[in-house]
Design a protein around this ligand. Structure first.
Ligand code: C2E
Ligand code: MG
Ligand code: MG
Ligand code: MG
Length: 276
């Protein structure tokens, strides 16, 4: 079981690849039960303006506190959930639960324009009722579409799948923002940017983490900053871990950021930074 080490810190289960393969079936059985056992949590990580470190929003990040494994990292169980289709119910839960929590905070005085970022998987976007579910949840909690940004990670089918394109069009027409997550890694390409409409770019942590010691990373980041400017979409730099990194990114022209330097993902009730 996960032993609590301090505020928001847990031991996390990181098995090696062999252990993953052997135990996949057993883990899937446990993952199937996780919802009914109330083992999921949503943590929130602040998204800030680099200019003054003020908080403009948060990214919701799921946590699985398993009775069997302890805290399981998303990179272990999200792929399992995607393969098995469980991501559909998990994704609905994350959306509902994080909207519920934000609405409590707004009732308690947080700004009504607080930006909530939620990760959605391509499997969710392929559901024809996805758009309808989101609007129902926003309605239930009296939130505006302006509160919500859906983060999607690029994948090959995105550009060509008509159901996905239709969902994204309706979602954006309603006023919800779409962010391209982990831009620069994986399947990202300029044709992808060309073929999809989106409202925000998040540059992958891998480029950000080497910006201080690699001229190449700096050149790539500068180019992505100019790209976002040219497309008139905000850019968020992920993975800012030090003040030096924050200052460097700001100097290069990046206005928004996220990372351990500003705040780790923690339960919303443990947030202690000022929200205006
Ligand atoms: P992501 O959406 O790119 O989320 C950012 C990840 O970077 C998070 O990992 C966050 O904890 C981590 N991070 C943030 N700042 C720093 C930093 O300064 N340094 C370092 N080393 N890491 C930082 P996390 O929470 O483990 O999530 C991993 C991935 O799992 C997410 O990447 C996202 O793709 C996926 N994920 C998380 N929650 C959900 C969810 O509710 N639904 C879906 N479909 N995927 C999710
Ligand atoms: Mg994300
Ligand atoms: Mg990301
Ligand atoms: Mg990622």
């Amino acid at each position: 079981a996960a032993r609590k080490k301090g505020s928001g810190a847990y031991e996390v289960y990181h098995p090696d690849m062999m252990t993953i393969a052997v135990n996949n079936t057993r883990m899937l059985t446990n993952l199937n039960q996780a919802m009914t056992n109330n083992e999921f949590l949503v943590y929130f990580q602040p998204i800030v303006k680099l200019e003054d470190s003020s908080v403009i929003g948060a990214e919701a990040l799921i946590r699985w506190n398993s009775k069997v494994y302890g805290m399981v990292a998303p990179y272990i169980f999200i792929p399992l959930a995607e393969e098995s289709g469980l991501i559909l119910s998990i994704g609905r839960w994350v959306l509902h639960e994080s909207c519920r929590q934000l609405s409590e905070k707004i009732k308690a005085g947080w700004p009504a324009d607080f930006e909530l970022h939620i990760n959605v998987s391509v499997r969710q976007l392929m559901q024809p009722d996805f758009y309808g579910y989101i609007t129902t949840v926003l309605d239930e909690f009296n939130l505006s579409p302006k509160n919500l940004t859906l983060e999607i990670t690029e994948s090959l089918i995105m550009e060509s799948n008509p159901v996905i394109k239709d969902q994204l069009t309706r979602i954006r027409a309603f006023g919800i923002s779409i962010a391209i997550d982990d831009f620069g890694s994986g399947f990202s390409s300029l044709s992808y940017l060309h073929n999809l409409n989106f409202d925000c770019l998040k540059i992958d942590r891998d480029f950000v983490s080497s910006v201080l010691n690699s001229a190449k990373s700096e050149a790539i980041i500068s180019a992505v900053i100019r790209l976002a400017d040219g497309l008139s979409v905000p850019l968020i730099a992920e993975g800012i871990e030090t003040q030096e990194m924050a200052q460097k990114l700001f100097k290069l022209g990046c206005l928004r950021a996220q990372g351990y330097y500003f705040g780790r993902p923690i339960p919303l009730e443990e947030w202690d930074m000022p929200i205006y």
